[in-house]
Design a protein around this ligand. Structure first.
Ligand SMILES: C[S@@+](CC[C@H](N)C(=O)[O-])C[C@H]1O[C@@H](n2cnc3c(N)ncnc32)[C@H](O)[C@@H]1O
Length: 451
């Protein structure tokens, strides 16, 4: 098997962005050793519908943001809180689940940013919304191979995860049996563990709870899961779209346009907005501000990867269930809800304390980080024809412009000092950076021990 240490076995899966042509059936995909199989199908969730109906009956129509927050992260019956929705038996699949190369390249990015920052002794890797833990697992495997580079660094992993169910899956993936649940609900750290290589892992519900210090933050398909507000331009000005009970069918929900301005409709729309319909993820804006503050004050970097746009799209709110598009108001709690990330909004909210690069396409990012070299290295050490085919298939899926290559975008937030240190030997990751230090690529790290 050579260096291909992890396999996934996905017989059927779909990606989560709006690309019906991609909802193809896959056979014999890579098989990850740390994937947990879930045969539970997400059943309709009548308690969530009842909860929403009584809430709306009591208080009137709720914002789409409140609807999304309740449906996805309600502590009792939220979609993320109760389910392992990733992979063949779930509702969608993501890049880290498709190919180990994705996480390996992000691992290289992390090490490269740490090196560019002067190799600080304490090195926190913070992942927001880690899903099954596959991305962090692949990153730590790279770290394990680059011990000579990381020599002496005190690496720790910090996972921000709202779902107890997924935190169990992550713990199993990263720490096996070596994990403990913290008993008090008041604890900011609700779970701890240690990987087999001795890296401490901690779980938090909110980014505010993650300890301060030099950190590399990663958010892959996290921002698209955060609640959005929806607004419609009307003759009377901007009005917020709300979720109400259908007066003809008391067990059905419907969208309504609120007749009067709301706090959100008066504060979240840009004065020069040209679109007729707008989605704003205020929670995402707050989180990006938090990341920017931490990166500028404590050192480090943040990488946000998601499907999205640059302030151009309008109605992107959609649901996924069983690898198919799903009506967002139908059987709430039984399907994933998502909206495209507005990267222009995130850049704006990041402010001037950090330097933003991107968004650039996933294809450009992975190519610049050396995905072609990495694929060749893996293929060279692999004799099994089906594994080789799977590696190539994963590569195509991640980089093909018609598949995930152009739909997914990468935005990085860097410490301003990164602009002041041009270095000859560094690679070419983000070409928009004129004078700054770009990360080393696979080629450099292969020489340093990556196999
Ligand atoms: C679409 S999944 C992506 C998983 C993983 N990053 C991947 O790419 O495979 C979204 C992840 O974010 C978590 N999540 C969603 N909303 C969250 C919130 N408000 N706070 C923390 N985690 C959240 C979910 O539980 C899940 O782990």
């Amino acid at each position: 098997m050579g260096t291909i240490q992890k396999m996934i076995n996905i017989s059927r899966a779909s990606v989560r962005f709006l690309a019906p042509s991609l909802n193809a059936q896959w056979t014999g995909m890579l098989n990850r050793s740390c994937s947990s199989s879930s045969s539970e199908k997400q059943a309709p969730n009548p308690s969530m519908l009842r909860h929403l109906v009584s809430k709306i009956t009591a208080t009137g129509p709720i914002t789409v943001a409140e609807y999304m927050r309740e449906v996805l992260t309600n502590p009792v019956s939220g979609y993320y809180v109760k389910n392992d929705m990733l992979g063949a038996d779930g509702d969608f699949i993501t890049s880290p689940e498709i190919s180990q190369i994705f996480g390996e390249l992000l691992g290289i990015w992390c090490v490269s940013e740490w090196m560019a920052a002067g190799k600080p002794k304490a090195f926190q890797v913070v992942e927001l919304g880690p899903g099954r833990g596959s991305l962090t697992s692949d990153i730590l495997r790279v770290f394990g191979q680059l011990q000579s580079v990381l020599c002496g660094a005190s690496v720790s992993v910090h996972l921000v995860e709202v779902s107890p169910k997924l935190s169990e899956v992550q713990a199993h993936c990263l720490a096996g049996e070596n994990t403990q649940v913290c008993v008090s609900d008041e604890e900011s750290v609700y779970r701890t563990g240690t990987t087999h290589t001795g890296v401490p892992v901690s779980w938090y519900r909110r980014i505010d709870d993650v300890p301060r210090g030099f950190s590399i933050f990663l958010a892959h398909e996290f921002f698209d899961a955060l609640p959005i507000h929806k607004f419609q331009r009307t003759e009377k000005g901007w009005r917020e779209v709300m979720v109400d009970i259908d007066p003809d069918k008391p067990d059905k929900l419907r969208f309504v346009v609120f007749p009067a301005p709301t706090l959100a409709s008066t504060t979240l729309i840009q004065a020069d907005e040209q679109r007729e319909h707008v989605e704003v993820c205020a929670e995402g804006g707050v989180i990006v501000q938090n990341l920017a503050t931490r990166v500028s004050e404590d050192g480090g970097a943040a990488l946000i990867a998601d499907y999205g746009h640059d302030g151009t799209k309008t109605d992107t709110f959609r649901g996924f269930r069983g690898h198919k598009l799903h009506d967002v108001l139908e059987a709430p709690g039984s399907a994933d809800l998502t909206a495209d990330v507005d990267f222009s909004y995130l850049r704006k909210m990041a402010g001037d304390a950090v330097v933003c690069f991107g968004p650039i396409t996933q294809r450009a990012f992975l190519k610049n980080m050396g995905i072609d070299t990495r694929l060749q290295v893996l293929l060279r050490s692999c004799n099994d024809s089906s594994t080789r085919a799977q590696l190539v298939h994963g590569y195509n899926m991640l980089t093909d412009p018609e598949k995930m290559g152009h739909r997914f975008q990468f935005l990085s937030l860097l410490h301003p000092s990164r602009l002041a240190q041009p270095k000859e030997e560094n690679g070419i990751m983000m070409k928009r950076r004129r004078n700054g230090t770009a990360p080393l690529t696979v080629a450099g790290f292969t020489e340093l021990g990556l196999n």
